[in-house]
Design a protein. Sequence first.
Lengths: 291, 322
Amino acid sequence: MTIRFSFGGDEHIFGEVSEEMSLEAFFTSLSMTNAVRQAGIKGVTEICPANASFQVKFDPDAIKPADLLKELQSMESAASKSDASLQTRIMEIPVFYQDPWTHETLMRFRERHQDPSKTDLEYAADVNGLGTVENFVQAHSSQPWFVSMVGFVAGLPFLYQMVERKRQLQVPKYLRPRTDTPKLTIGHGGCFSCIYSVRGAGGYQMFGITPMPIYDPNQQVSYLHDEMCLFRPGDIVKWKPISRDEYDADLQAVEANRYEPVIRPATFSLSEFNRDMAGTNARLMEALHGR
Amino acid sequence: MAVKIITPGLSTTVQDLGRPGYYHLGIPISGGMDRFALRAANMLVGNDEGAAVLEAVFLGPEIEFTAAATVAVTGGDLPPRLNGEERAGWEAFPVKAGDRLSFGFLKAGARAYIAVSGGIDVPVKLGSRSTYTLGALGGHEGRALKAGDELPVGQGAGGKGSVPANLRRMPGSPAELRMLPGLYWHRITAEAGKQFFADTWKVAPEADRIGYRFRGGKALDFVPREPPFGAGSNPSNIVDACYPYGSIQVPGGTEPIVLHRDAVSGGGYMMLGCVISADMDLIGQLQPHSPARFVEVSMDQALQARHDRQAALARVRAHLGR
């Protein structure tokens, strides 16, 4: 893969590893941003990895744009050859699918949807040829997802499904973005799922809601004491479907600040994953459940 | 010393020069949209140029001072009134305990910067006092100010003087926003590219600290393609990527949106390039319905414009003897 570089005005360099999404493109982007961080280049102020691209913000008073571009280009061949493996974390995120709050919201924005006669989940089941919402939820929650980008708004993870491309769920975004999305909505657009960290605008289809906060600007939530944002690129997520009763119980625990998310260390190797997806995912589930 | 908010205006927030370093987590830089005016306001009252001030948009607040201080209002022409009596903008003036500062109707521009000697002393969050309302972070309780809020103010020596009109910087009409084409510019046809620069656009009502939407120009024609996996089927879709500050995205090819200081950090729409750093201040002074044009520049011209802006700030400093 040859990285396509472009200046974003006089303060940013954008690097597109690939036009299409793949974990190979993600890992090259991550290696590039790690290399830029380690190089400690004077004048670089922000280093942002994304799904299949990355961005570096710089102060052109401290480094000439052309000089920074040369430095980045010199790192390209090492980054594309680097070992695509990670010491990372796997975490379980409880999801109340078909909850009343995202349902109320999606009903308010039906005229912006491809198929106003269906809910977002019914539509997603339909366009993926899965027949029923139950089958879709099963397909969405049975295999893990990979955090390939954090952003849009504070702490929002973009998640890429860890299955063969032909099995990956794809759903178009709303025709026109909504002006409202409940906080902690599980959304999906293109091939990516996400968790809306804050209430606000959004264009992804809405499938459910998690009781588990993932961003806390006040750093009061026990597991967000040190970092305001839970997710980092490279984290692995397993959705756990829960009922209304379980949702209410989890929410009570969150409100009493005694909710403890299930987060375990894990290793991930892209070559191993590509060789044996089912085996890799089974091993990740063992790491999650401590067996 | 404190300032009390009697009425909050339309949306008044605490802002400084922002919070760099967290964009990779989706937390934008925030800070004053018109940083030239913010710096000048602080210079006038004897503060560090990056001290926290109040940014008011379209409609000014009414505030009361609990102790003597020096105050200056810069930016758009939102006429300050001290105890009902009009004061000049871009000029330092003293206030006493119990004095009230209010504002007349906006005459030009969009945002005013209210600096108080000592600076607004709300807690520093991730290195800045700026308010990022979408993430409920920084400023006063992470939100726009409300009636009854009381904000602490630091100790400051005060300052004096004024900044004459020829040393200020405001957009013309139509505003000319210089931009460097790039990023996904190749996705549109050459003809559409020419038209984009030829059209006069109008600021849409959806214009805030996150971004400014423009309408009234011709919809863009895209170069045909097979949608890349994961991008989405609309020709304006890309695999979700980082959005630079000042980047111009065009969802559906119809209405350009220029992302500003509270930018969303990424998403799935193609961008035509970026408004250059020197012209970001000008966008902060545009009202809905005001006309604007995008003007193509090269990197060398962008860097020259950046130096010109720095020289203009240096002239303000020299004029005020700083």
